[in-house]
Design a protein around this ligand. Structure first.
Ligand SMILES: Nc1ncnc2c1ncn2[C@@H]1O[C@H](C[S@+](CC[C@H]([NH3+])C(=O)[O-])CC(=O)[O-])[C@@H](O)[C@H]1O
Length: 332
């Protein structure tokens, strides 16, 4: 018998009152579907995490939870964390257990964070947060609250595993999509969307929804796969892209800037464009199976295995204007 209470508490305990209230309908749907999918199996592993006293949490390149464990507790922790595989996002260190995740998210955070406005005291929404790795970095940078949203149950439960020890109710990961959330909340000072836009069939709607979540004057941090190209160019890869069957629009960075302008953002800046490397995304014992090296053409790493341009990721920063409703364009 699965005890859902900790999961329910994780969600209802969040100190995000300024925006959680309008979500009551989504929460009702959530409670109705708790038995679905893999959640019960994941919660079983979560429940087997040992009780441990945290001495210190170091929220840096490796998100480190420090404290003493007995040998038995160490083994119990290791087994529970293995049960919550695959760990795509990290790295984390749980009481000496090094979770070398598929992605070195510290590399992306270091590329992105140097360009954003100070997070001190800000309410942040991280769309497609994964397990909340970036949220910990945002908290360390001074964010007042961080709400991650990600439809993957595993992301939510991995976050609960970290937060079982850190116990920070101002950082949560909730199992929602952006489009499924109440629209136009205008509740957040900074909204991140990293690695999500190319998964959306309708990327302009995604930008519109991101704009709706921001308060006027708030900042959008947008990171996505792009192609090298001119303003106006974009690629809709036919078939799979790097083995993924849910990749839709890959604009050039200047095209993405145009889209942001079209959706009413201002002060639009392309702050970074970097190739994704096999140092940043690779398989590990915590995410066995294939990874980027297997998705690239072995004879030409500038191409994916399907012959598309290999992934390059751009980061753009933009502002939602203080006083402008979308006047210039009709959205119907
Ligand atoms: N509509 C949606 N709404 C919210 N989340 C979504 C949606 N669709 C997919 N996701 C979630 O977005 C995440 C995309 S990964 C980026 C993670 C992190 N941000 C990163 O930048 O490393 C891709 C990558 O690995 O780059 C997944 O966790 C999905 O479940």
């Amino acid at each position: 018998m699965i005890d859902y209470q900790p999961f329910i508490q994780h969600i209802t305990n969040t100190r995000l009152d300024h925006w959680v209230a309008p979500l009551s309908q989504q929460l009702d749907e959530l409670w109705a579907n708790l038995n679905d999918g893999n959640l019960p199996r994941m919660l079983k592993h979560w429940q087997s995490l040992p009780e441990l006293a945290l001495h210190e949490a170091v929220l840096a390149d490796i998100v480190q939870l420090k404290g003493d464990t007995s040998r038995e507790q160490h083994e119990q922790l290791h087994a529970a964390l293995k049960g919550l595989m695959p760990w795509r996002k990290g790295p984390f260190d749980f009481f000496g257990i090094d979770i070398d995740s598929e992605w070195r998210c510290d590399l992306k955070w270091n590329r992105v964070s140097q360009h954003i406005s100070s997070l001190v005291g800000r309410h942040v929404l991280d769309v497609g947060s994964g397990n909340g790795y970036y949220g910990w970095r945002m908290k360390a940078a001074g964010a007042a609250t961080v709400a991650g949203i990600d439809p993957s149950w595993l992301s939510v439960v991995q976050h609960m595993a970290v937060n079982k020890y850190i116990q920070d109710a101002s950082h949560t990961v909730l199992p929602f999509t952006l489009e499924g959330m109440t629209q136009n909340l205008e509740a957040f000072d900074t909204v991140f969307s990293m690695g999500v836009l190319y998964h959306r069939r309708s990327p302009l709607d995604h930008l519109f929804e991101l704009r709706g979540a921001l308060r006027p004057g708030g900042e959008l941090v947008l990171e996505t796969i792009v192609i090298d190209g001119e303003e106006g160019e974009s690629l809709v890869p036919i078939g799979r892209y790097a083995r993924m069957n849910n990749v839709w629009f890959l604009p050039s960075a200047p095209t993405l800037a145009q889209w942001l302008d079209k959706m009413g953002f201002v002060d639009i800046r392309i702050v970074d464009q970097s190739e994704t490397t096999t140092q940043e995304q690779r398989h590990s014992q915590w995410k066995p199976g294939t990874s980027l090296a297997d998705y690239l053409d072995p004879n030409d790493p500038t191409r994916t295995i399907e012959g598309h341009p290999a992934p390059i990721r751009a980061t753009l920063i933009a502002t939602k204007p203080e006083n402008q409703r979308l006047k210039r364009y009709s959205l119907d």
